[in-house]
Each structure stands twice: as C-alpha cells, then as structure tokens.
Design a protein around this ligand. Structure first.
Ligand SMILES: [Ca+2]
Length: 175
C-alpha cells in the first residue's frame, strides 16, 4: 500500500512539475567564431659587428613587434633601447595567399644600411651592404595558403631607415 502511495505521489509530482526537457545534443558542429588575423612581425633585436667583410649579428638584446607593413626613419637617433649604431634585427611574419590558385605578389624592402628578405627560407631580396637608403622590389608567385617571411636588417652608423611593403590581400585573413 505504501509503495502504491509512493508511486502515485511521484507520478503526481511529475505531472505537476514536468521534468525539465533538455534537447538531445545534436551532431551538427557549431561553427567556431571566426577572428580576423593580421600579419605582425616578431622582431628580435641584435647587436651587429662588421666581421670578415660583412655585417654579422652578435647577440640578441630584446624583442618588439612591427605592424604588417612599416616604414621607420630613425635618422641618426635610437633604433631600439638606446642602440643607435651597430644594431639590427631578424624579424619573422606569416602571410596568407587566399587567391584561388595562388598569384603573384610584389615585396618591397627599403634599407639603410643593409637588408635581406627570405620567403619560406629562400632569399628573395639580398642587399646586405653599406649604403644610404634605397629600395628593392621583387615579384614572386605564391602558392595558396600560409607562408613565412623573414626580414633581416642592420645599421652601421649615421642614418638608419627600413621599410617593408607588399600586396595587402596577403596580410589579413579570417580563421
Ligand atoms: Ca646607416
């Protein structure tokens, strides 16, 4: 009799307070929120010495970031953390070719003193020499997807300037 009453009570309560009805989990994946990614240069600053007829990095003195394209004219002032002469950097950045089938892209690097640009480990601009500001263009065919750029730059003394530019459509994407 008690059992019957108990069952009746439970049934009654269930009727009054229906069990919360949670939907079954669906197998449809919720699309992840897309975020805009913009190319940023990670910059490792180095001291520089002129050894064996070429500028060479000696030791790392700190890090900073550059935007996707940049033009810095330091004249004869400080480039980084009090260093105005015999200093340089090695900077890396990701780019993304989103055109279907890939396409051609022009990279422009300006420098005083020297600079060199690598695409996926291959040198594409090579001017590791002394000299007042000048700029170089190179056009390459990029396959679809992400690629890695590395820009190296050094300043001996007096004026210092460096710049980077390329087609803007490889510098911003959604992921
Ligand atoms: Ca210089």
């Amino acid at each position: 009799m008690r059992k019957i009453l108990l069952v009746a009570l439970i049934l009654g309560l269930t009727a009054v307070f229906p069990l919360s009805c949670k939907p079954f989990p669906t197998t449809t994946a919720t699309p992840a929120a897309m975020a805009t990614v913009r190319t940023t240069w990670n910059v490792r600053w180095m001291t520089v010495q002129y050894l064996q007829y070429a500028a060479q990095f000696v030791s790392e003195v700190g890090g900073s970031q550059f935007p996707s394209t940049f033009s810095y004219d330091w004249a004869d002032g400080t480039l980084y953390d009090g260093y105005s002469d015999w200093v340089g950097f090695q900077a890396t950045a990701k780019i993304n070719m989103q055109r279907q089938g890939g396409g051609s892209v022009t990279f422009t690097v300006g420098c005083d003193d020297g600079a060199r640009l690598y695409l996926d480990g291959n040198i594409i601009i090579d001017d590791w020499s002394w000299g007042s500001y000048r700029s170089h263009n190179v056009t390459v065919n990029l396959t679809p997807g992400k690629h890695t750029l590395m820009l190296e730059y050094w300043e001996g003394y007096v004026l210092a300037e460096v710049s980077f530019y390329c087609d803007p459509d490889i510098l911003e994407w959604q992921e």
